[in-house]
Design a protein around this ligand. Structure first.
Ligand SMILES: [Zn+2]
Length: 82
């Protein structure tokens, strides 16, 4: 088990949130990693790897963004990986 932010440069938002909620930092990272953002082309990346944070969040199952695989700006499906 590795702690938060090994081999991943956190974005400003991630740093801010994990510092603010320090006791939960690991839980936040683990949670954010368990959520996948999938493009319509099939490319999928975790919320955390995309520089985002998802923790105790409800709703908003889609996000608008540019896919790093097909370079299209599309709606990406957010779903939990299990
Ligand atoms: Zn794509």
């Amino acid at each position: 088990m590795s702690g938060p932010s090994t081999n991943h440069e956190m974005t400003r938002a991630q740093r801010m949130i994990t510092r603010l909620l320090f006791p939960f930092a690991e839980s936040i990272e683990r949670h954010s990693r368990s959520w996948q953002v999938t493009c319509s082309c099939g490319y999928s990346k975790s919320v955390w790897e995309r520089g985002g944070v998802r923790w105790l969040a409800a709703g908003k199952p889609r996000t608008w963004g540019k896919c790093s695989a097909c370079s299209e700006r599309t709606w990406h499906r957010i779903h939990q990986d299990d």
